[in-house]
Design a protein around this ligand. Structure first.
Ligand code: ADP
Ligand code: DP6
Ligand code: CO
Length: 322
């Protein structure tokens, strides 16, 4: 019986942007995120001797070799750990737009780590699962956990994994403004690689991270939503600034992203606690009080369509379904 495993997406408040080791996905810096209830992936894996190759069916469609190669890193590690040789069939459903800067690789590869290890009969700790998810996609290391999680960069496979930081059972939420849910032109993987290799701003970004991370951890422990928002917004703006210095330069922002960022500044003028963050895509996420989610949605519906606005609360860690 193959079981289904669910993992939720997470959005980083202190971003991961650049690899120290591309093969193992060891990051340049620690990052800190919030796992959310609104977006998630369900995945099931079957190891079967009758299969001649691994296959990935995502939302009903068989995926190409490039997409398969990311998941094969995880499958190969599971086969090594379990002493298995059979190929695998993966079925996955994204309840999140794929490759649109809404963190599908985080929920997708975390769900895969859970489902593949389960199907292979392995009983892995959360730390082992986090390492396994990480070699599929860095941000996935954090989706093993609910609430706030920190990915400790480490220096090799065994020392690079996420840890839970705070269960987020307090008045914090995130409102998503979806300006475009189509697949992005520059993947997170390619975007961060180009930035590390060519942007003269990259060192400035890296040098400011220790201060941002410790301030963020203190703000989370004090449940200080104003500080959490302020630090996250500044951190995201710095990350996006590095892409403008890359060669060739690029940005994930569109005119609609700018409009959404302006709308967040307007919410602040109205007295709300509202700060934005953005990832490798044009969509904008507002860090706010959970108790303000409906009021903010109402306010933003003057500028955006209802279907563009998705309210999220803190979400759970990786778990088996049924
Ligand atoms: P995102 O912003 O959505 O995380 P990325 O560029 O980081 O965008 O990653 C998108 C890629 O993650 C997809 O092209 C695919 O390779 C992989 N991915 C997304 N969802 C899944 C899934 N459910 N199962 C396996 N791989 C997935
Ligand atoms: C901007 O984890 O998607 O969302 O490790 O190459 O798969 P790979 O990249 P990915 O990068 C996420 C980048 C980010 C910031 C973050 O989530 O920390
Ligand atoms: Co991603």
């Amino acid at each position: 019986m193959n079981k289904w495993v669910r993992a939720h997406t997470n959005i980083a408040l202190i971003k991961y942007w650049g690899k120290e080791n591309e093969d193992l996905i060891i990051p340049k810096n620690n990052s800190l995120s919030l796992t959310l209830d609104a977006f998630y992936t369900d995945t099931s894996v079957t190891f079967d001797d009758a299969l001649t190759e691994d296959e990935l069916i995502l939302d009903g469609d068989k995926q190409d070799a490039r997409t398969l190669s990311k998941v094969q890193r995880v499958l190969d590690e599971v086969r090594t750990l379990a002493g298995l040789e059979s190929k695998a069939r993966i079925e996955s459903i994204n309840h999140v737009p794929t490759a649109a800067g809404l963190a599908s690789s985080a929920s997708g590869l975390a769900a895969l780590a859970g489902a593949a290890s389960q199907a292979a009969g392995l009983d892995l700790s959360d730390q082992e699962l986090s390492k396994l998810a990480r070699i599929g996609s860095g941000s996935a290391s954090r989706s093993i956990f609910g609430g706030f999680a920190e990915w400790i960069k480490g220096h090799d496979h065994d020392s690079s994994y996420a840890v839970p930081v705070d269960d987020a059972q307090w008045d914090i939420g995130m409102l998503f403004i979806i300006v475009n849910d189509a697949k992005k032109d520059v993947s997170s993987r390619d975007g961060m690689k180009r930035t590390v290799e060519t942007s003269p701003f990259y060192d400035g970004w890296l040098n400011s991270l220790d201060a941002d991370l410790s301030a963020m951890k203190q703000a989370v422990s004090y449940r200080d939503i104003e500080q959490v928002g302020q630090i996250a917004e500044r951190n995201a703006l710095k990350m996006h600034a590095t892409t403008l210095g890359a060669s060739p330069p690029f940005t994930y922002w569109t005119a609609e992203s700018m409009k959404a960022m302006d709308a967040v500044r307007e919410l602040r003028k109205l007295g709300y606690t509202a700060y934005f963050t953005m990832d490798a895509g044009p969509n904008v996420k507002i860090i706010c009080r959970q108790s303000d989610l409906s009021a903010l949605k109402q306010e933003l519906s003057k500028t955006f369509e209802d279907k563009q606005l998705i309210a999220a609360k803190p979400g759970p860690g990786l778990h088996l379904l049924n």
